[in-house]
Design a protein around this ligand. Structure first.
Ligand code: 3PZ
Ligand code: ZN
Length: 314
């Protein structure tokens, strides 16, 4: 039998991450700090415990990571990047503090990362790496800021459509094999663009529900091990398609609950592994989508608490 959901332990675990400043682990994770705060804060909010992190401190930290070009780094002094900028905006949105930054300045960093010829999006000003994660990140960020009009949505949709495969799934770049993370970023971007009509819904739903293994967990591609974070990439995609009932919810719930650490709290990628804030966040978000454990509902497109979405400008 699967253990119970360890709400209080998870809250204490996330809270403890903030008090580890004398430990090596804390310094080694500087490059992920902005994302880590988004993962921790969202998980806490879904558990109804957002207040555990001091609001003013969080807002000041986010502001201290912003550069003159409008972008945010992972930590003060770190280079700005789209993925940290998205986390920064999500954090401020959750804290109802978007007025702490100038939306136009942020949009002036994000929108020009798109190549107007191809619709592709880079992760930072100097990089030449492009993939659908960045298309999704830019669209979500601009959408929250109410600045999607500064982006060529039609061109971005064209690029995403080129990432579609014969199995109904999507890869991270055109020609790449289908991957649950790629499916999520493409579907969520198409949802923001209001273009889910381009999706082969039945074929893709089959590919997604085939990700469930006999033990209940979900993998990201055929022949791979199940992993708690894929519970989110696969499940949010099925939620966007309105097909959450195509998988065995009870067995997936048990797989996630089995990956909890019953001593220090937190959730790992699978039973017996080390916990981290990433898998804790996506495990809790997946349980929320499944409707279990009295969690706040989560929005499958934005991966933000549904009660926050009401403040959305667009
Ligand atoms: C993890 N990143 O590149 S990462 C991430 N992975 O920054 C954060 N499932 O070694 C944590 N694997 C842990 N805390 C893992 C974020 C990855 C995903 C790795 C992973 C997850 C299995 C192997 C990429 C959104 C953002 C980023 C990603 C995916 C989605 C790592 C390895 C990679 C990374 C960080 C730590 C522990 C935490
Ligand atoms: Zn994982």
């Amino acid at each position: 039998m699967a253990p119970e959901f360890m709400r209080e332990k998870h809250i204490a675990y996330i809270q403890s991450l903030d008090n580890k400043q004398d430990e090596l682990e804390y310094w080694l994770s500087e490059h992920l700090r902005m994302n880590g705060i988004y993962w921790g804060l969202t998980a806490l909010d879904l558990m109804g415990a957002r207040d555990v992190l001091a609001r003013e401190k969080v807002i000041e930290y986010v502001k201290s990571c912003q550069h003159a070009n409008g972008g945010f780094g992972a930590h003060p002094g770190h280079d700005p990047h789209l993925l940290y900028t998205l986390s920064a905006i999500q954090i401020l949105f959750i804290e109802d503090a978007l007025d702490a930054v100038d939306a136009d300045t942020v949009a002036k960093f994000v929108a020009p990362l798109q190549d107007r010829e191809t619709g592709t999006v880079r992760g930072d000003v100097t990089g030449d790496e492009v993939d659908t994660r960045f298309v999704y990140a830019a669209m979500q960020c601009l959408s929250i800021l109410g600045k999607l009009d500064q982006f060529d949505v039609a061109k971005a949709v064209e690029y995403i459509d080129q990432c579609k495969n014969y199995d109904g799934g999507y890869g991270f770049v055109p020609g790449a094999e289908s991957h649950a993370g790629g499916v999520f970023t493409c579907l969520a971007a198409l949802a923001i663009a209001n273009r889910l009509d381009l999706v082969d819904k039945d074929l893709l739903s089959w590919w997604l529900c085939e990700r469930q293994l006999p033990a209940g967990g979900l993998n990201g591609r055929p022949e791979k091990l199940p992993d708690v974070c894929y519970s989110w990439w696969v499940l949010s995609s099925l939620a966007i398609l309105g097909r959450l009932d195509w998988i065995d919810r009870q067995k997936l719930r048990e797989f996630i609950l089995d990956a909890q650490d019953d001593e220090q709290g937190g959730i790992a990628d699978r039973k017996g592994d080390m916990v981290d804030v990433f898998h804790t966040h996506f495990g809790i978000a997946a349980l929320s989508l499944l409707g279990f454990e009295n969690l706040e509902p989560v929005n499958p497109v934005y991966c933000l608490p549904e009660h926050i979405m009401g403040r959305h400008k667009m």
